[in-house]
Design a protein around this ligand. Structure first.
Ligand SMILES: NC(=O)c1ccc[n+]([C@@H]2O[C@H](COP(=O)([O-])OP(=O)(O)OC[C@H]3O[C@@H](n4cnc5c(N)ncnc54)[C@H](O)[C@@H]3O)[C@@H](O)[C@H]2O)c1
Ligand SMILES: CC(C)[C@H](C(=O)O)[C@@H](O)C(=O)O
Ligand SMILES: [Mg+2]
Length: 370
């Protein structure tokens, strides 16, 4: 199969983790005879430096002629004081909105060999396999008015707005996902305070009638934050609005041992999608070769599965990651001394590639005999 992929490494550790992810993509392409054509573009601070905008027209054009987008991360202290429209984060919000990528899937699954890397107790994290479905193109991030008001800018305003149709489409997406999984949906809101949350609840209850086999539960976001640390095993699919999903997914990453383990897919109704790790540009470790590339690599697996329908290829990447972790290799974020081998970004990515190549060679030998 031939696919074109827009690659936007971005800032900080973005380019570092992207390098490894592209090697993994190439190894899978070689194994399964796919032609993955990658073309690099600019986003975030790197785009501000090059074009004066965090989301240049050239980048949008590149993405429009591609089948999917891979994105590293954006942001960093050097761009923090720019005017709002020029900040790197605006590029990220802009690309999500431009392509109507309203459904952000953030799977949270503890790899067996990383259970001890989680700061949470073993009994709490083992068997966790949940997915946060985050609404991505509405809510506080996009509501108007937003900005400073008053004669001396003494008032700051952000507006939380949701249209019914925006909630309906994400809620149905989450129900359909729950149908294919354990048939359990937790809808997270703040309906005891917020009008948008009250409407959210009504819409979930209305939609639930179309999915009678899915068990639905409403949960207030403060309680959900607590239960994620205390009983995460009770969750299967969790659907929530934009900002709650942002916060809860970083929190949930601790179940996996590190923010560097969480991939994501930002989708709409067709096959097109944007794939990025949940973490940011990590300025504190950027340029040091220390970043964990696995969230970015697992995002490649999500791209193969969701945009290209390549289920087996995605599983081969996930299996290779698991094998490398089982063999005891750890980047600094997962390393707490003891047994195992501490590695940097490049070595970790190369280990996954080597595993894929070894698994490919083994499967070729086996198929010659079967
Ligand atoms: N999707 C994105 O592009 C994205 C997401 C979150 C934050 N950001 C931006 O990134 C910048 C830095 O934000 P932040 O520091 O609050 O969050 P961050 O996610 O970049 O980092 C938080 C902490 O996690 C660690 N970390 C993150 N990813 C890691 C990895 N792959 N391997 C090892 N450790 C990792 C960092 O070293 C840091 O200590 C900000 O400008 C922010 O807006 C971008
Ligand atoms: C960088 C920021 C705008 C972004 C978000 O809040 O959506 C990030 O935190 C994420 O989780 O993707
Ligand atoms: Mg975030």
């Amino acid at each position: 199969m031939k696919k074109k992929i827009a690659v936007l490494p971005g800032d900080g550790i973005g380019p570092e983790v992207m390098d490894g992810a592209l090697k993994v993509l190439k190894a899978v392409g070689d194994w399964f005879n796919h032609e993955f054509e990658v073309e690099k573009g600019y986003i975030g601070g790197a785009a501000v430096d090059q074009f004066g905008s965090p989301l240049p027209a050239e980048t949008i054009e590149l993405c429009k002629k591609s089948d999917a987008i891979l994105l590293g991360a954006v942001g960093g202290p050097q761009w923090e004081n720019l005017p709002k429209e020029q900040r790197p984060e605006k590029g990220l919000l802009g690309i999500r909105k431009e392509f109507e990528l309203f459904a952000n899937l953030r799977p949270v699954k503890a790899f067996d060999s990383l259970i001890s890397a989680s700061p949470l107790k073993k009994e709490i994290v083992e068997d966790v396999d949940m997915i946060i479905v985050r609404e991505l193109t509405g809510g506080l991030y996009f509501g108007q008015p937003s900005g400073r008001q008053g004669a001396e800018d003494e008032v700051a305003v952000d507006t939380l707005v949701y249209e019914k149709s925006e909630i309906e489409r994400i809620v149905h997406k989450a129900f359909r996902l729950a149908q294919k999984r354990k048939k359990r949906l937790t809808s997270v809101d703040k309906a005891n305070v917020l009008e948008t949350s009250r409407m959210w609840r009504e819409i979930v209850n209305e939609a639930a009638k179309e999915y009678p086999e899915v068990e639905v539960e409403h949960m207030l976001v403060d309680v959900a934050a607590m239960k994620l640390m205390y009983q995460p095993g009770q969750f299967d699919v969790m659907v929530t609005e934009n900002m709650f999903g942002d916060i809860l997914s970083d929190e949930a990453s601790m179940i996996t041992g590190s923010l560097g383990m969480l991939p994501s897919a930002s989708l709409r109704e067709d096959a097109f999608g944007l794939y990025e790790p949940v973490h940011g540009s990590a300025p504190d470790i950027a340029g040091k070769g220390k970043a964990n590339p696995l969230a970015m690599i697992l995002s490649v697996a999500m791209m193969l599965r969701h945009s290209f329908g390549m289920q087996e290829e995605a599983e081969m990447i996930e299996m290779a990651v698991q094998e490398v972790l089982n063999a005891g290799f750890r980047t600094g974020d997962l390393w707490s001394g003891g047994r195992g081998t501490a590695v940097g970004t490049e070595a970790m990515s190369d280990l996954v590639v080597e595993r894929l190549e070894a698994d490919h060679a083994l499967s070729s030998i086996l198929s010659a005999y079967l």
